[in-house]
Design a protein around this ligand. Structure first.
Ligand code: FES
Ligand code: FES
Length: 166
């Protein structure tokens, strides 16, 4: 059955028809074309589908889309601002924190949520915040370093690229 719903994604309101059994992830990817959020395990185990719902990191692969109606959804496409990429995106690039990149959108979303809560997270706080995001490639160290670099850049009001010699 097709259901008509209104969904707000990255500040844009969409009125769409969706199969009533769809998850938020399926709606984002296959109805709205926001393919940044990745369909990894599709059962709540890997974190690659993480989006923000009212600012809270949420596994979109296990959230029925109806439950996102009336809430603000933010995907990785919504992280960048008018001035360019989010500091985390720059930092991931600089630190080599993405390899295949499949986990990266979910990691960026979880890390962005952490940096909104604390401007100076410890390594342990970063590990805890990203513990639901599995990466098969990086070994995590570069991811943690990138989050630390982005946090430092935000604290100092500078770009990550201004803090490192390349
Ligand atoms: S795709 Fe959602 S947790 Fe893996
Ligand atoms: S960069 Fe490949 S899964 Fe994380």
């Amino acid at each position: 059955m097709i259901e008509v719903i209104e969904l707000t994604v990255n500040g844009d309101r969409h009125r769409i028809g969706v199969p009533s059994h769809y998850t938020l992830l399926e709606t984002l990817r296959y109805v709205l074309g926001y393919t940044g959020s990745k369909q990894g395990c599709d059962k709540g185990d890997c974190g690659s589908c993480t989006v923000l719902v009212d600012g809270v990191p949420t596994l979109s692969c296990i959230l029925p889309v109806q439950e996102a109606v009336g809430h603000e959804v933010t995907t990785v496409e919504g992280l960048a601002g008018p001035d360019g990429p989010h500091a985390l995106q720059d930092a991931f690039d600089i630190c080599g924190a993405a390899q295949c990149g499949f986990c990266t959108p979910g990691v960026l979303i979880a890390a962005a949520s952490l940096l909104r809560q604390t401007e100076s997270p410890s390594r342990q706080e970063i590990k805890t915040a990203l513990s639901g995001n599995l990466c098969r490639c990086t070994g995590y160290t570069k991811i943690y370093e990138a989050v630390e670099l982005a946090a430092r850049a935000a604290r100092e009001g500078r770009k990550p690229s201004e803090l490192v010699q390349r």
